[in-house]
Design a protein around this ligand. Structure first.
Ligand SMILES: [Zn+2]
Length: 429
């Protein structure tokens, strides 16, 4: 009742009730996909011919960052348009509460048929709470592979599930669909048929070479499945293509995501294709919390006042926009009371990006980078520019004070299966 009232008061729709005025919307996401490993973002290998075609038709955002390099917290921010700490979803294994309004609920309330095809265990309805507002939330993948529960559903099954749903969609409603692929998530399997590295370049670092080769083959495989899926998507559909976070591929001595805030983990692709949008590229500074309001904007639904992001297609975003991000680490303890207590512990790392400048703070260590001149964040120039460090650090401190941490209890019970999978993914302490 309470939620319905909130939805009633915060929604103003310009839709007239005529089905022809509505537009289908597809949120197409790929887990652990670095922007710079897609050809349309300048990658030297042909990993993404089908995503590139989307890029040619839409707007490519060159400067989009995830709120946090973790799956469930990142998507929870997109769907609620709030920061992970604001909704208390700072780690995988924690989920959004009934009080937090998801854009899916608003879309459904405004006449959309809503469906989701899921592929990552941490996004299962019971764990993430993201099912709110979905008519169909297909997260049924209890398959055991190699003796353990598979933490992900493979791309060809995701595509087929989605095609099956599309064939049976109600004819009298537009749809909002969320289709999530997870194949580039570790462990990466080398898919020989999808190998894009046909030369010896990079072999001087054999460990990294093998990892990148496998990771890229998973991207190419996913891209092919996306190409198959897109053939079944009706023409009058706006497509938002995005990733939840990137991946560190041994840069900064780290393989994975969740524990650091370098660009390889937080810079994500964002491509929007819509009949209302002219194709092109933009360097506008955008972020995860903008995804929700942008989707609402495409549907002509006004965002809630509590939503913190911007509609990137209709609002003016300053190039000096301040973007503070943080990470709390990957793992969640299995005991509910410890999970609730953990919500009170602070982030392990914070960062702020303002134009070309990026400051990363961990304990007393500060790293300053010019991410345009040094996109790989190799040269820490903190000592050279102490005043800039002070200015940016003060921004982080102010943001932290004015953005309270949600410490509501998380009573969610993790099943034995959940624990097994989270442990296998490295998300259990
Ligand atoms: Zn993820």
């Amino acid at each position: 009742m309470y939620i319905s009232l909130i939805i009633y008061f915060c929604v103003f729709t310009q839709n007239t009730g005529d089905v022809n005025n509505y537009q289908n919307i597809l949120l197409l996401s790929v887990d652990t996909l670095r922007a710079d490993h897609l050809s349309c973002y300048g990658y030297e290998y042909p990993t993404s011919p089908n995503i590139d075609k989307l890029a040619e038709k839409g707007i490519v955002f060159d400067n989009c960052i995830a709120e946090v390099p973790l799956t469930c917290p990142s998507f929870s921010s997109m769907f609620t348009s709030k920061f992970p700490r604001t909704i208390g979803v700072t780690r995988n294994g924690l989920g959004i509460s009934e009080d937090d309004i998801s854009i899916t609920e608003l879309l459904k309330d405004n006449g959309y048929f809503t469906f989701c095809v899921q592929s990552n265990w941490t996004l299962k309805a019971k764990l993430s709470g993201l099912k709110k507002g979905f008519d169909i939330y297909d997260d049924d993948f209890h398959v055991k592979r190699w003796g353990i529960f598979s933490s992900e559903r493979i791309a060809d099954e995701v595509t087929q599930k989605c095609i099956d749903i599309i064939k049976k969609l109600p004819k009298d409603k537009p749809f909002f669909g969320w289709v999530h692929y997870s194949d580039p998530h570790a462990p990466y399997h080398f898919r020989k048929r999808y190998n894009v590295h046909h030369e010896e370049k990079g072999r001087n670092n054999e460990r990294r070479y093998k990892t990148v080769k496998s990771y890229d083959s998973e991207i190419r495989f996913t891209d092919e499945q996306i190409g198959i899926l897109l053939k079944h998507i009706p023409e009058n559909t706006a497509i938002i293509f995005v990733a939840d976070h990137g991946e560190s591929l041994y840069e900064h001595n780290y393989l994975g995501h969740g524990r650091k805030l370098y660009q390889n983990e937080v810079r994500i692709p964002l491509i929007i294709v819509s009949p209302k949008v002219k194709s092109g590229r933009t360097g506008m500074p955008v972020r995860g919390i903008d995804i929700g309001p942008t989707i609402l904007g495409i549907a002509n639904i006004q965002k809630c006042k509590s939503m913190l992001g911007m509609d990137v297609l209709n609002e003016n975003i300053n190039k000096e926009r301040i973007r503070v991000i943080e990470t709390y680490g990957g793992a969640v303890p299995k005991i509910p009371i410890l999970r609730s207590l953990m919500k009170k512990s602070g982030p392990i790392m914070q960062a702020v990006i303002v134009e070309n400048w990026k400051l990363i703070v961990k304990d007393n260590r500060k790293e300053l980078y010019n991410i345009i001149e040094d996109p790989e964040e190799i040269n820490n120039i903190a000592k050279k520019y102490p005043e800039k460090v002070l200015e940016l650090h003060n921004i982080i401190k102010r943001w932290s004070i004015h953005t309270p941490v949600n410490t509501k209890k998380d009573g969610r019970k993790l099943s034995d299966e959940d624990l097994e999978v989270l442990r296998s993914m490295g998300y259990l302490e």
